[in-house]
Write a protein that binds this ligand. Structure first.
Ligand code: ADP
Length: 458
């Protein structure tokens, strides 16, 4: 069932239910009023008859009948009967032998004083008249022809109004629901034309105020993000294939060269050395790409342990200086930690060392005298590692792109590198619920700060 029909149906059911409830209420109230009024009238007449019969000696029964026949409505088949205390008929307003009143009814009237009921469609009012030595019981009955006809008319009117009302509600419901859902149908048509090849397309945002407009705006934002992600993915793949193809082509040409001429054992081992170095670079690159391609950000968190960040820094410093003896790295605390907990984070030592190594390597690589300063900034909530250099710096407008895979700033193109180190660092920082902040001045130097929550704050 379409939403339009569902809304129309629900709307009609609610209105129909309300109309039905009101109709029933109106009908029942009218029926009760009619019955009450009719019985009052009947009782009034019967009391007059009894009073005349019992108290006015001059009025004999024949005269009373004449009076009754003139005052009681023939149409309603009205009759008044009076019984003595032995259930003998003292008076009947009409001559009709078939008139029978159940003795149980007379007993009940004697007990209760007044009984109002309906018997075989006739309204019946019976009462005890005590103002005499031997009390009598009067029973008046009649058909409420007019009342019943009016009630039947009312029933019909209510029935047709109810039917008309429901039909009208269904019709109006369908029209209005269709009208209010039309913007969504339009949206649907536009959305169905969007696919991976035309992600740059945007849908109309209507008046910009209602819910549909907000939905369209949100959808456009999602499209924007999707388009950027697609673009990033495309660039990533093209960069990755380029980065892999270049060293592979180099490997191939080195092998071809060595196959062409006869090489001395010394040249042979030199070629093999070069091949080994190139293969190692390729392995590193492939590992980095695989790490970046891993989608789940929580992957590996289960194996996290408490790690002392200052130990990680010392290890990275030693390792980097062994690989590059020309690098000079100064390490300091800023300030000294009060407790061990201020430098302990929850994480993977190997991954965190990779981040510090990468940041230190960059700092030394992009600084002509290859010096860098690493500050450990302990804290109860978070521990920071700030790596500062006085190197080439980064053009301000390019700082935002540093963490995009394969991005390299214009002034770094003369230096060795593939542009994926920082993306990996950022991914590792996020994995540890941390972040990397950058501040830099072109030509003066940069500071990269790794900010991580301490174990005690998690
Ligand atoms: P790579 O250093 O291999 O190019 P990275 O991902 O580590 O790749 O760094 C990305 C880019 O960020 C670098 O190409 C460089 O432009 C810039 N960058 C990173 N660290 C520094 C630094 N300490 N000083 C200047 N530029 C830097």
């Amino acid at each position: 069932m379409t939403i339009r029909n569902r809304i129309a149906l629900q709307f009609s059911l609610i209105v129909g239910g309300l109309l039905l409830a009101f109709s029933v209420l109106i009908y029942l109230t009218s029926a009760a009023n009619r019955r009450g009024e009719f019985r009052n009238r009947l009782e009034q007449k019967a009391r007059t008859t009894v009073r005349l019969l019992v108290e006015v000696q001059e009025v004999d029964r024949q005269l009373l009948r004449i009076i009754d026949r003139n005052t009681l409505t023939v149409l309603f088949n009205e009759r008044v009967l009076v019984f003595d205390d032995r259930n003998r008929l003292l008076y009947a307003s009409i001559d009709d032998d078939s008139i029978r009143v159940e003795p149980t009814l007379l007993t009940q009237i004697r007990q209760d004083g007044l009984v109002r009921t309906t018997i075989d469609g006739r309204e019946v009012v019976g009462f005890r008249y005590d103002e005499r030595a031997t009390p009598v019981v009067a029973v008046a009955s009649a058909y409420d022809v007019t009342g019943r006809r009016e009630l039947a008319d009312l029933r019909q009117t209510l029935f047709w109004s109810l039917l008309g009302g429901v039909a009208l509600t269904i019709g109006l419901g369908i029209v209005f629901a269709g009208q209010s859902l039309r913007p969504i149908s339009r949206l649907n048509e536009q959305i169905s034309t969007i696919n991976a090849r035309n992600l740059q397309q945007r849908i109309g945002e209507g008046n910009g105020r209602d819910e549909v407009a907000r939905l369209a705006a949100n959808f456009n934002q999602v499209l924007e993000r999707l388009q950027r992600a697609f673009e990033g993915q495309r660039q990533f793949v093209s960069h990755a294939s380029h980065e892999l193809r270049t060293p592979l082509a180099a490997l191939k040409s080195e092998i071809q060269l060595s196959l062409r001429g006869s090489l001395t054992p010394q040249q042979h081992s030199q070629v093999l050395q070069t091949l080994l170095a190139d293969t190692e670079r390729l392995i590193n690159l492939t590992n980095s790409l695989l790490f970046l391609a891993r989608t789940s950000e929580t992957a590996g968190r289960a194996e996290f342990k408490p790690v002392r960040l200052d130990d990680v820094c010392f290890l990275a410093q030693t390792e980097l200086q062994m690989a590059h003896p020309a690098y000079q790295i100064r390490l300091s605390y800023d300030p000294l930690p009060q407790t061990d907990a201020e430098t302990v984070v929850q994480g993977s030592e190997a991954l965190l060392k990779q981040v510090v190594l990468n940041l230190l390597d960059n700092a030394c690589k992009y600084t002509p005298d290859h010096t860098a300063h690493l500050r450990i900034i302990p804290g109860l909530q978070q521990c920071q590692i700030a790596i500062t250099d006085q190197g080439i710096g980064i053009p301000p407008e390019q700082i935002a792109n540093l963490f995009t895979p394969f991005f390299r700033a214009d002034n770094a193109l003369g230096y060795e590198g593939a542009g994926i180190g920082l993306s990996i660092c950022e991914r590792i920082a996020e994995l540890h619920q941390g972040r990397i902040e950058v501040s830099s001045q072109l030509g003066k130097g940069s500071t990269f700060t790794l900010v991580l929550p301490t174990s005690s704050s998690l």
